[in-house]
Design a binder for this molecule. Structure first.
Ligand SMILES: Cc1cc2nc3c(=O)[nH]c(=O)nc-3n(C[C@H](O)[C@H](O)[C@H](O)COP(=O)(O)O)c2cc1C
Length: 166
């Protein structure tokens, strides 16, 4: 399955990236085919038509499933991720399934993915058949919330899911 991870953390190589790769593996049984580290695109995201941004966008458009992963900044997704999402026209994703994944420090913002990220993914045409996943940074690798989400998301995305210790 062609799964692409998009990481909206201004700091490359983050826990957010690790969590997105882990969720991809737990959900589909395979690692992502590609990881788009938006931090590496930098100022190119401020304009339109930059070749590196176009290549990242094409990888996302070609994916069968996209995991959009972002830390929680000020109760929402990052501005870096918004710059990338703004590169797409309304509906351009044509129904591609997407996972909205957020890491955060506080459970106060556990619904940020549902309230802030999923609506913009829907606007560019993604389909998010399962709830957004919010993981506390202190327990992103293992938590009851992750297991409950996987049990609900695997059938919603039409994939098998894998146990933590196969
Ligand atoms: C500028 C900034 C704003 C943040 N705002 C929030 C917030 O509103 N809610 C929250 O739960 N965590 C907030 N955090 C904490 C991060 O979401 C959290 O540390 C996250 O795990 C960072 O991801 P990383 O480990 O991949 O860098 C904020 C962190 C930064 C740097």
């Amino acid at each position: 399955m062609n799964v692409v991870v998009v990481v909206g953390n201004p700091k490359p190589g983050s826990r957010t990236r690790q969590a997105a790769e882990m969720v991809t593996h737990r959900l589909t049984g395979n690692p992502p085919v590609a990881v788009v580290e938006l931090a590496e695109l930098g100022p190119a995201l401020l304009g339109s038509g930059d070749p590196s941004v176009e290549a990242a966008k094409q990888a996302v458009l070609d994916a069968e499933l996209v995991v959009f992963a972002t830390p929680t900044f000020k109760a929402s997704y990052t501005g870096l991720l918004k710059l990338f999402i703004d590169q797409f026209s309304a509906g351009e994703m044509s129904g591609t399934p997407a996972v909205a994944l957020m890491l955060g420090a506080s459970p106060r913002h556990a619904l940020a993915g549902e309230h802030s990220l999923k609506p913009v993914l829907s606007e560019i045409g993604c389909s998010c058949p399962a709830p957004a996943l919010f993981l506390l940074e202190s327990e992103w690798e293992a938590s009851p919330e992750l297991e409950a989400w996987l049990a609900r998301a695997a059938p919603a995305y039409g994939v098998g899911g894998t146990p933590r210790h196969p």
